[in-house]
Design a protein around this ligand. Structure first.
Ligand code: ADE
Length: 230
């Protein structure tokens, strides 16, 4: 079973996210355990303070090293972690191959920064991987942690109803997904492509592949350039 521990100054921000949909079902079926930890519980200061002013001046607060180290050390004394991941805009951009790799791990510890960031020494000493979810700045790592956990959890066998569904996701074969339709076959003047009603599985697969390729060419030509030439 995969276990994901998440340390944050606002764990409640992620609480309801993990209580719904696929993450909820995966936890109920013991495929994954997601445990939220409030960094304030590891503060030894009065008022449970966990941040401080940056040395050298400048705007914003920095998460202090002591509570983070205390939290990480306590969790690491209880189990070993395959990865200790810090969410930060200067990390490696999350992609499907990275999510696939993480879905094959066991225990993972996620650290969410807040304010201006976390003390650099925590990054040097404890962090094994740094992930960004895109080239924009969020108020904290919580949403990035939730996004990453969701991308991982849906890949765990049994987490989504249709076993093959995760494999046909956009990006899973380096292409965007083909368009999908459901009933009714005629809606507001637009018909479902005839081929999808034909019952001809091979032709449907070919059509979906062509559509995927076309969509990727138009919307994300960069994905085709990255294709392995072998
Ligand atoms: N924290 C703030 N911005 C972030 C981003 N884009 N990705 C991951 N963590 C972040």
């Amino acid at each position: 079973m995969i276990r994901i521990d998440i340390i944050s100054v606002i764990p409640d921000l992620m609480k309801s996210f993990f209580e719904f949909s696929i993450c909820k079902r995966a936890q109920k079926n013991n495929l994954v355990e997601i445990v939220l930890h409030d960094l304030h519980n590891f503060s030894s200061k009065k008022h449970r303070q966990v941040d401080d002013y940056p040395f050298g001046g400048g705007a914003g607060m920095v998460l202090s090293p002591e509570p983070l180290s205390k939290a990480i050390n306590q969790l690491q004394s209880e189990r070993t972690y395959d990865e200790v991941i810090f969410f930060t805009p200067d990390g490696e951009t999350l992609t499907q191959p990275i999510a696939n790799g993480l879905a094959n791990k066991g225990n993972m510890l996620f650290i969410c920064g807040h304010y201006k960031g976390i003390d650099e020494r925590i990054r040097q000493k404890y962090i094994t991987k740094e992930i960004s979810i895109g080239d924009y700045v969020l108020s904290g790592g919580e949403l990035a942690a939730a996004v990453t956990a969701d991308a991982i959890v849906r890949l765990i066998p049994g987490a989504i109803g249709d076993e093959t569904s995760a494999l046909t996701d956009s990006f899973q074969d380096g292409l965007l997904s083909a368009p999908v339709y459901t009933r009714p076959a005629h809606f507001e003047g637009i018909d479902v492509p005839e081929i999808l009603l034909s019952g001809h599985d091979k032709k449907i697969s070919e059509w979906r592949f062509e559509q995927s390729l076309e969509r990727t060419k138009i919307r994300r030509p960069d994905l085709l350039k990255n294709e392995d030439p072998t």
